[in-house]
Each structure stands twice: as structure tokens, then as C-alpha cells.
Design a protein around this ligand. Sequence first.
Ligand code: GUN
Length: 297
Amino acid sequence: MSAALLIDGKAAAARALAEVKAEVAALKAAGTTPCLAVILVGEDPASDVYVRNKVLRAGEAGIRSLEHRLPANTAQAELLGLIQRLNASAEVHGILLQLPLPAHLEEAAALQAISPRKDVDGFHAENVGGLSQGRAVLTPCTPSGCMQLLRDTLGELRGKHAVVVGRSNIVGKPMAALLLQADCSVTVLHSRSHNAAELCRQADIVIAAVGRPRMIGAHWLKPGAVVIDVGINRVEEHGRSRLVGDVDLDSALAKVAAITPVPGGVGPMTIAYLMKNTVTAARQLARSPEAPCLSTC
Ligand code: GUN
């Protein structure tokens, strides 16, 4: 078998961000400066890095960003108060609440408080429901980025068997919905699945989103499969700390047609699609600032 293609997420993200930049310029020329508000509660070091990267990329694309860093002991009511102010602000088009939240805060209630029209993560129930019904709504960034990588690699996805390993609200479930929308046959595997490796071996497309380092080895993969590895796991090896995916890249390379590396695969696409969603939200809000919505906006 010839060597697998390493899917270049950095290059794909650069292309997506170039499109964002052009759309931002057009919006600015029409009088709207897209603005993303990012909320970080507490001092989780990984979240701190993600938030800094998001703000940096926003600036590069010409998107204004507002950083709201709240102490770890912030009360739920304070967090909800901030979200309501951002919902009401005509200057703000996108609101991102960085997860995970400190344990005392209610994540579901906080996400549900964000106006669905500013919900650039696509986590509000209104947008989750819309995605499942195939409506044009704001969709979660990581799965959207994965879909772009799949389209770039495979072209038409119709009829392919896609296996999603993992059923999180952030990746697994919305990923399955997007693949279904693209006319794939979709199987979702999880920690209680029987014969997971055997089922996964039937897949033309594998999306690995379990958060367990190198869990998926070559024996899970069909020859010629296309693999998108969403995992970003920090491991200590030979006295060094490094990032690895949910797929055992070295063994998979000998078997698959194409695979995303970690780092440099899906990661950059998540941020690029956050910027795309911010621009989409800004365009829609500029077009119809008072459009009714079904929730608390
Ligand atoms: N934490 C890890 N991934 C994400 C994400 O996609 N969005 C938010 N808001 N928090 C996260």
C-alpha cells in the first residue's frame, strides 16, 4: 500500500481564514465590525491557551474581540448577568463561553442563556435542534472543520459509511448529524459499544473523538479509510511531554488512505470555524437585528 496522505489542517485553516478575512472586509465596508466576546472562568491552563489563540486569530482576521476573564469563584448569577449584557449589546455578534467551567457552575444553563443568534459554538438547544432537523443554523466548530477536511480529501461524501468514535455534545453528536446531512451512513461508537473495533473496521471514514491517547490502532481501521483524529492528549514519554491523538498514528499510516496528524490536523480548523461562525452571526445580525428567535435573546 502506498504511503498515507497526511491531511494538512494548518493549510486548510489558512484557506478558511483567508475567506473569513475577505468576508470581514466586506462587512466592515458595509458598516459592521464583527465582534466576538470570549468568556473564561477560572485559570485552567489549557483553556487559557485556547482563549489566547482564539483572540489572536480573531485579530488577524480583522474581528474585534472582547475578553472576559472571571475568577474561579464566580457565582452562576454573575456569569448569567454577563451573558445577558453581551446578548443585549448591539456591538457583540458572537459569544463563546470556554469550557469546562468550574464544577460549581451549571454549564447547561449557562450555554442555554446565550442568545442562539450569537451562539458561535452552536451549543444552544435551539441550534442543536436545528442541526438535527437540517436547518441552516450555527454549528459546532470542530465538527464543521472536520467536514471541510473530509470534503477536501474525498470530494463527495454521499453514501460513505462514517464511524464516529465518541458521543460528546461538543464533537461526537454534532459530527454524526453533519455526516448524516451529507448523506453518509453513520455509526456512533462509545464506551458501551460491543465489538467497537470490528464495527470501526467497516468504516470508509473514521472520526476519532474519545480523548484517550492512541486508543484506536491499525486493527480498528479498514485499508484505505480516511481518518480524522480529533483527540488532543498530553502524554509523558521518555521524560518528555508531547501531544498525541486518539489514533495510533504510526501504525495507522501503513493502512489508511489519509489521516490528520496531531498536532496540525483538526486543531487549527476549530479556530478557523469559530471565526467563520462569528462572521455568519455578524452578517445575520446586521441584516435583521430584531429577527425573532425562540429563546432568551
Ligand atoms: N472547550 C474545549 N473545546 C471547546 C469548544 O469547542 N468550545 C468551547 N466553548 N469550549 C471548549
